[in-house]
Write a protein that binds this ligand. Structure first.
Ligand code: CO
Length: 496
């Protein structure tokens, strides 16, 4: 065996361990009995240790360094080695002290966060959160950065993205979206009350499965289960799973979270199996991942064409609940814009103001400009400023998201970046497939999926996100595609 084959074998071994962890985590969220949690935590931590050992193994590092200067490799091989070496060097920056401290702080913070949220009392979480923020500040120095310490955190989720770029994007968001949403708030209200009638659990489930099948999600390489919070996970391109949550008093939640997770899963099903265990067999970044879920959820799944195709079927399942709701009423309700307290329930416009608030807070925390104890009042102030709503309690305010309790800082901006990539990709898909909207109307999503597969999915990590964007659309990520999409859709919907 030559060096490259040795590398492939070792890299696949690391992936095998990580994917096994994913299987256990999936089980934990979907099927595991309550009493399984103690030993499950131990099993996961053992596998994490094995994965860390394999990833930081000295011989593996030496091999990567040798291969990195091997000129005889193909471009794809070079790319795999380059990215694996980068990951190796990054893992080597952490000593075991840091890893142990991090895992202890996170498990403590998570418990405290849950307690604080249940008791509507931020102070229960305050001390743990402060320790986590201090740890991340330390981590920025460990990882290093060019301009801003927060860059180091962003890079964990979106390689190459800088704080300055995110600030630029959000200044466009503020300039356009804040007054636009304001105009909408003053215009006629859309009636979406029918979403909150009674919709049976089983019938909702069946309809969700139907939507996934129509998206070309492959049930021979995946499955859907129930979980407290919808998510998608993958163990290989041939086994990529989704979960959903069903609320009998809210039809919209199931529909769009199903399409959203389906979009994530289609991306994972689309990477090439022959690249399993190598960077070229992995998706690029959270932002690009989110672009795939948002493209299906919003650009496709909230379009009139999509509902022209799917509404009859939905109405035949729920004839009483939807008896006086036309397809146009349904489309309007699916796109109703209303400033609200909870990010995960937000519409596709106000959503970005929720993210903006979290970004501003995280950045100033890392800069040391604000302190954790002041977060509730800072949070409430910003919700008043950007969304014009009063936050009634910390549970519905600063404590609503799980992310900080997991120590995830730098994650939120990828949600917004993802939506903007989605708008830009979808625009390009329409340019290259003039019949695309008619296809969607006919229930034929094959052309769109084929385009996404060829342009994005099959590449794995062959290109960095910004390079991929330029290759696919001819230019860098640009907010104007999202702005254009919003103006076209919502000016009509709200007659503004
Ligand atoms: Co998502």
């Amino acid at each position: 065996m030559n060096d490259y084959d040795d590398y492939v074998k070792h890299s696949r071994k690391i992936t095998d361990v990580k994917m096994s962890m994913s299987v256990l985590s999936w089980d934990q969220e979907t099927k595991m009995p309550k009493n399984g949690s103690k030993f499950r935590a131990q099993q996961l931590s053992t596998l994490a240790e094995i994965s860390h050992e394999l990833s930081t193994n000295k011989k593996y590092g030496d091999l990567l360094n040798i291969l990195n200067s091997n000129e005889n490799l193909t471009n794809d091989q070079k790319r795999n080695v380059y990215l694996s070496l980068k990951a190796f060097n990054k893992a080597a920056k952490y000593n075991s002290e840091f890893i142990i401290e991090e895992s202890k702080l996170i498990s403590n913070a998570f418990q405290k966060w849950r307690l604080a949220k249940d008791n509507n009392n931020f102070s229960i979480f305050e001390d743990s959160l402060k320790k986590l923020v201090d740890l991340r500040i330390k981590e920025c120095e460990i990882l290093g950065y060019d301009e801003h310490p927060y860059d180091a955190l962003l890079n964990q989720y979106e390689p190459g993205l800088t704080t300055a770029q995110v600030e630029n994007i959000f200044s466009d968001v503020k300039e356009f979206l804040v007054p636009f949403i304001n105009k909408i708030s003053k215009s006629n209200k859309i009636d979406d009350s029918f979403f909150y009638k009674k919709y049976s659990h089983d019938k909702q489930w069946d309809f969700g499965i139907e939507l996934l099948k129509k998206m070309e999600y492959d049930f021979n390489s995946g499955r859907q289960d129930l979980s407290a919070h919808p998510f998608s996970t993958h163990f290989s391109p041939d086994d990529t799973r989704v979960t959903t949550r069903i609320d009998e008093d809210n039809l919209s939640e199931m529909i769009w979270s199903c399409i959203h997770e389906g979009g994530h899963a289609l991306y994972e099903q689309g990477v090439l199996p022959e690249n399993y265990g190598l960077p070229l067999g992995e998706t690029i970044s959270l932002g690009i991942h989110e672009s795939q879920s948002r493209l299906w959820e919003n650009n496709v799944g909230r379009s009139i064409e999509y509902w022209n195709c799917n509404y009859d079927s939905l109405k035949s399942i729920f004839p009483n609940q939807l008896s006086d709701v036309s397809v146009n009423d349904f489309y309007k309700a699916a796109n109703s814009v209303k400033p609200s307290l909870i990010r995960t329930n937000a519409d596709e416009l106000t959503y970005h103001l929720h993210v903006l608030i979290r970004f501003e807070i995280e950045k100033e925390l890392i800069e040391g400009k604000i302190s954790v104890k002041d977060l509730p009042s800072i949070w409430n102030h910003k919700y008043k400023e950007y969304l014009n709503i009063t936050v009634p309690s910390d549970s519905l305010g600063v404590l609503q998201d799980i992310h900080w309790s997991h120590g995830s800082f730098g994650y939120f901006p990828t949600y917004t970046i993802g939506s903007f990539y989605a708008a830009q990709f979808f625009n390009q898909a329409k340019v290259e497939n003039p019949n695309l909207l008619n296809n969607i109307k006919d229930g034929n999503n094959k052309n769109l999926l084929k385009w996404l597969r060829e342009k994005i999915h099959e590449n794995g990590k062959r290109y960095d996100a910004h390079v991929l964007c330029e290759q696919v659309t001819g230019e860098k990520l640009d907010f104007r595609f999202f702005r254009q999409y919003v103006i076209e859709k919502y000016s009509n919907l709200y007659s503004i």
